[in-house]
Structure formats: structure tokens, C-alpha cells
Design a protein around this ligand. Structure first.
Ligand code: CTP
Ligand code: MN
Ligand code: MN
Ligand code: MN
Length: 358
């Protein structure tokens, strides 16, 4: 080939938390497929394979150019045999590969029941199934802002002085999301205890909730010990909820087909002309002393979080969670008041939220 056709080899660090991963990158057609396969593996409970697919997708997201041939992949980390085979198939017969992947996705890799926390009453589950279509309609940034205002009002009504942060994908600059995530704290340590039921009651009184499941904080009771948490799940007081979001006129005309009207949804009687849609919202309450860790842990992406923990453990002998950072060598917790301080403790260059889309 002519020199101009040769893509220079890219030196890539092997941990996603050492790399910059933008939201918009050059290889979506490959990473979408790899992530569908990752999700498929997850549904088959093959976690190892799922993570392997996610890691290779993440490497391609950090590449500064489109992958045009297998040669472009020489010396890149985390590309296993399965992923390479998929990439090869897709780069060769691109059309077929993506259509097939797309069909797997539509044919049941996502089930409405995945939205339901285990152990729920059936009528709750059935209700959530009704919202399935809404919940599969991406949440826009504009809708996230409306929800932000509502959450802000609710939290400040029940605990003045509380701090509310938008976390998750919208904090990373995503234009759409599958839900809206919020982290809540109060500068006075302890003022945040048992806050969630108050927030939930306020929202429910206003008729803003279709569904909620609150889980109590179990951090203090946990016997995990600092260095080895029993699971990656955090133990904050949290609420898995579905908001009933009134629609703006302009949005209704733009996307009429994806919304419920009062009559068709079969819910309780509503004011005439009231049109709403269901939106998934995650609320998390953190004590102030853990807020920096909670913010880092709830900003994502999920792979970025996983890689941070792997970096901490394997390269630094530390244990990172959404609650704390423990240094095994010094046998003590390292405090932090900001995400910047946590990156510094970990010996990593600070990566801003917009570049954590690994
Ligand atoms: N998270 C968590 N514990 C959970 C669920 C989520 O710590 N039980 C964290 C994830 O690790 C992630 C963040 O919360 O860092 C947001 O998760 P999620 O809402 O699932 O994903 P987003 O990145 O926000 O993307 P999406 O737009 O699909 O919501
Ligand atoms: Mn989210
Ligand atoms: Mn998600
Ligand atoms: Mn979420």
C-alpha cells in the first residue's frame, strides 16, 4: 500500500482508566456489536466472556482512527481470540454482521422483567411491564433537566441545604440515557440518614411516582472488611424508581407515538389532556464524608469503574469502592474531598467525566 494508506500503530495503555475515551469515537459499528455480544454473554451468565467483549470494545473506542483491517489491531491490548474473530467478520462482511447483531438484540436480549428488582410483588412487576415501551425510549437531556428540577425541589423541601448531583451518563455528557441518576448528600454528616423515605413520600404525594423500591443503607452493618468487599454493589441508601413525567406540548408533537395517554395506559383517572411518560430514575444518598467516592463511583461508565478498581487492586495494592479507598500497604483508609484527590491517591492523571465513556 501507499504510505498514506498505512495507519500508524497506536500505543495504547492496557487499563481503560489510563486512557481517554470520548463519547463520540471512530468505531461505533464494531463496538456496538461487541457490546451486544457482551450483553448476550451476561444474560448467559458468562461474566468472564462479557467483560472480555466489553474490554475489547473499550479499546476500539479509544482508537483515534477507524479500524479498516486486522493490521490496525496489532499490538493493541485486551483483544482476545473471540473479539478478534468478531471484528474480522464485521470488517469483512460488515452489513450482515451488524444486521445479525441487531436482530439478536431485538429478539430478547432485553426483557421487561430485567427492570424489576427480584422479589417484587407480581402486580408491581406487571405495572412495570406496561411501562416497558416508555422505558425503552431513550431519556433525552431535556427530560433529564426537567427531572433534575423535580428532584431538586423534593430534596430541598424535606432537607434544606442538601446537595444534589446529576451523575451517571448525563454527567459524562451523553445526549440520551436509559435512566437519570442522582446522588444526594448534606454537608452536615448524619443529616442524610433515612432521607430517602422522606423524598419518596414527597414525590408520591405529588403524584410523581409510578413505582419505587427503596433499599436501606447497609454500609455500617456490612462485615465485608475494608480490603475485600463481598460484591461490587455499593451499600448506600438508594431508590430504584419510575417517574411519571408530564410531557411538554412540543415534545408530544415531536414524539407522539412513544407516549402513553391517560386513557390507554389503564392507570387511575387523570386530568383531561394529561399526557405523561415513564422514566427510570436512580436516587442515591451518601454521607458527606463518602461523597467524593460516591460521585466517582456513580459517574461511570461501568467499565471505567471496573478498570479503576482493577488498577487500584493490581497496580497500587489498594481497594476502591463507592464508599472509600483503602491502602493495604499502609493499612489505612485514604480520605478524599474530591474526585481529583482520588485520582491523585491512585497515581492516575485526572480524567474528567466527559472522558470516562470507556
Ligand atoms: N451503579 C452502581 N451500582 C448499581 C447501579 C449502577 O454503582 N447498582 C453505577 C454504575 O457503575 C455507573 C453509574 O452507577 O457508574 C450509572 O449506571 P447506569 O445508570 O446503569 O449507566 P449510565 O452510565 O448512567 O448509562 P445509561 O445512560 O444507560 O443510564
Ligand atoms: Mn444512567
Ligand atoms: Mn445503563
Ligand atoms: Mn442508573
Amino acid at each position: 500500500p501507499k504510505p498514506s494508506e498505512i495507519t500508524p500503530a497506536v500505543r495504547m495503555k492496557s487499563y481503560a482508566c489510563q486512557r481517554r475515551t470520548p463519547l463520540k469515537h471512530h468505531n461505533s459499528f464494531l463496538t456496538d456489536a461487541l457490546e451486544i455480544l457482551a450483553q448476550n454473554a451476561e444474560f448467559s451468565e458468562n461474566e468472564g466472556r462479557s467483560v472480555a467483549f466489553r474490554r475489547s470494545a473499550s479499546v476500539l473506542k479509544a482508537l483515534p482512527h477507524v479500524v479498516r483491517s486486522m493490521d490496525n489491531l496489532k499490538d493493541l491490548p485486551c483483544l482476545g481470540e473471540h473479539s478478534l474473530r468478531v471484528i474480522k467478520a464485521l470488517t469483512n462482511v460488515f452489513g450482515v454482521g451488524v444486521r445479525t447483531a441487531d436482530r439478536w438484540f431485538r429478539e430478547g436480549l432485553r426483557s421487561p422483567l430485567d427492570l424489576i428488582p427480584t422479589g417484587q410483588k407480581l402486580n408491581h412487576a406487571q405495572q412495570a411491564v406496561e411501562y416497558y415501551n416508555d422505558l425503552n425510549t431513550p431519556v433525552t437531556k431535556k427530560e433529564a433537566m426537567v427531572i433534575s428540577d423535580i428532584v431538586d425541589k423534593a430534596v430541598k423541601a424535606v432537607l434544606p441545604g442538601a446537595i444534589i448531583t446529576l451523575s451517571g451518563g448525563f454527567r459524562r455528557g451523553k445526549e440520551v440515557g436509559h435512566d437519570v441518576d442522582f446522588l444526594i448528600t448534606h454537608p452536615e454528616e448524619g443529616a442524610e440518614e433515612r432521607l430517602m423515605p422522606k423524598i419518596v413520600n414527597w414525590l408520591d404525594d405529588q403524584g410523581l411516582l409510578l413505582y419505587q423500591k427503596t433499599t436501606r443503607n447497609s454500609y455500617l452493618e456490612s462485615k465485608d472488611g475494608p480490603a475485600r468487599p463481598a460484591s461490587n454493589m455499593d451499600r448506600f441508601e438508594r431508590c430504584f424508581s419510575i417517574f411519571k413525567l408530564e410531557q411538554l406540548d412540543s415534545d408530544i408533537h415531536a414524539k407522539a407515538s412513544s407516549y402513553n395517554s391517560g386513557k390507554t395506559a389503564g392507570m387511575e383517572e387523570r386530568h383531561t389532556g394529561s399526557i405523561w411518560r415513564a422514566v427510570r430514575v436512580d436516587l442515591v444518598v451518601s454521607p458527606y464524608s463518602q461523597f467524593a467516592f460516591a460521585t466517582l463511583g456513580w459517574t461511570g461508565s461501568k467499565l471505567f469503574e471496573r478498570e479503576l478498581r482493577r488498577w487500584a487492586g493490581q497496580e497500587k495494592g489498594m481497594s476502591l469502592s463507592s464508599h472509600a479507598l483503602y491502602d493495604s500497604k499502609q493499612q489505612r483508609y485514604l480520605r478524599a474531598n474530591s474526585e481529583e484527590e482520588i485520582f491523585a491517591h491512585l497515581g492516575l492523571e485526572y480524567i474528567p467525566p466527559s472522558e470516562r465513556n470507556a
